[in-house]
Design a protein around this ligand. Structure first.
Ligand SMILES: Nc1ncnc2c1ncn2[C@@H]1O[C@H](COP(=O)(O)OP(=O)(O)OP(=O)(O)O)[C@@H](O)[C@H]1O
Length: 293
C-alpha cells in the first residue's frame, strides 16, 4: 500500500476461493489475496486466466465452491446491500445501440440508493452531476451513449461507479482502445480516488502501464500466482511465469530514449497488448514503451 492512504475505508480479502462453472470448468482454484483501503491494484493474466471470474466472485455473481470473499470484513452480499462495490464493465459487455442517454446511465449508479419506484431525489441528481463533472463529461450529459467515442464511453461508466459511491471499484479493461491522453486522465482520477481511501482493482493487458499507477499487483493464472507490492511482484520472471509463451518478447539493441542511462545495454520489451513493458537486461522494470519514446 502506498504511504498516503487515509485510515478507515473498506478492505478486501479473497480467501482461498475456488470457482467452478455449471459445465464443470474450474476457473479458479484456491485463490487468495488481500488489499487495504487506499490501494490501486492491477489484475494481470492471460485471456481465460480467471480475471473476470474473480470480479464475478467479488460482485457475488458466482458463488465460490470453496473459500470466501470478505469486503470490509463482511460477506459479499452484506457489502452489496451497502452499495460498497461498483463495477466498470468492458465495452463489449454493453449494448451501445440501446437508446439511453449519458445522464441516465450514470443515474443507474444511484439505483441502490433509491426505493423501488426509482424516482431520483435531489441527492441523486447532485451525485450524478458531481460524477459527470469529475470525469469531464458534463457537456455531453444529454448525448445518447451510442454517439460517444470509446474513451468517452469508458468515462460514462466510470462516472456511474462514482455516482454509486462504492468503496471498492472494479474496472475491467478500462484502457482498451483508449489513447494515451485519455488513459492518463483515467489514471489521474484513480489516483485521486485512492487518496479518498477507495480500493481500485483494475484488470488490464497493458503491462507497460501497470508500474505507472498500481501500488499492488495480482498475477492470475487459474489461481493467484503472486500478489503484493508492484516492485516485488511485477518482475520479468513472474510475468513470464504468468504468461508463458503468450507474451511477445523482443530485445532492442538500444534503450528507448526515455530510458537514456541504459543506452549502452540491450533492453527487453514484453508485450501482451497496446502498451509494452520495457525491462533492463537484469529484469528490472523500467516503464512503458509509448509512441513518444
Ligand atoms: N459462464 C461460463 N461457463 C463456463 N466456463 C466459463 C464461463 N465463463 C468463463 N468461463 C471459463 O473460465 C475461464 C476463465 O474465464 P474468465 O472470463 O474469468 O477469464 P479472463 O481472465 O477474464 O479472460 P480475458 O482476459 O479474456 O477477459 C475460461 O477458461 C473461460 O472459458
Amino acid at each position: 500500500m502506498h504511504g498516503l492512504a487515509p485510515t478507515g475505508g473498506t478492505s478486501l480479502a479473497v480467501e482461498g476461493i475456488s470457482v467452478a462453472y455449471p459445465n464443470g470448468h474450474l476457473a479458479l482454484r484456491d485463490a487468495s489475496f488481500s488489499l487495504e483501503p487506499g490501494t490501486i491494484c492491477g489484475l494481470v493474466g492471460i485471456n481465460g486466466s480467471g480475471k473476470s471470474t474473480l470480479f464475478k466472485a467479488i460482485m457475488g455473481l458466482v458463488r465460490p465452491a470453496r473459500g470466501q470473499v470478505r469486503i470490509g470484513g463482511q460477506p459479499v452480499q452484506a457489502a452489496l446491500k451497502r452499495n460498497l462495490v461498483a463495477y466498470v464493465p468492458q465495452a463489449e459487455e454493453v449494448d451501445w445501440s440501446f437508446p439511453v442517454g449519458v445522464r441516465d446511465v450514470v443515474m443507474m449508479g444511484r439505483y441502490g440508493h433509491m426505493n423501488i419506484l426509482r424516482i431520483p431525489r435531489a441527492a441523486d441528481h447532485k451525485a450524478v452531476d458531481a460524477a459527470l463533472d469529475r470525469v469531464g463529461m458534463s457537456n455531453l450529459a444529454e448525448r445518447q451513449i451510442g454517439e460517444l467515442s470509446g474513451g468517452q464511453r469508458k468515462r460514462v461508466f466510470l462516472a456511474r461507479a462514482l455516482a454509486q459511491g462504492g468503496q471498492l471499484l472494479l474496472l475491467d479493461e478500462p484502457f482498451t482502445g483508449v489513447d494515451v491522453t485519455t488513459e492518463e486522465a483515467i489514471i489521474d482520477l484513480l489516483k485521486a480516488l485512492r487518496l479518498e481511501g477507495k480500493i481500485i482493482l483494475v484488470s488490464t493487458h497493458n503491462l507497460g502501464s501497470v508500474p505507472t499507477f498500481c501500488d499492488q499487483v495480482v498475477l492470475v493464472n487459474r489461481t493467484v500466482l503472486a500478489a503484493g507490492p508492484t516492485e516485488r511482484i511485477f518482475t520479468g520472471e513472474n510475468l513470464l511465469r504468468a504468461f508463458g509463451g503468450a507474451l511477445r518478447q523482443h530485445s532492442l539493441p538500444e534503450a528507448p530514449r526515455a530510458h537514456g542511462p541504459l543506452e549502452a545495454g540491450h533492453v527487453v520489451v514484453l508485450s501482451d497488448d497496446e502498451r509494452p513493458l520495457v525491462m533492463a537486461p537484469d529484469g528490472r522494470v523500467l516503464g512503458r514503451l509509448t509512441q513518444d519514446l
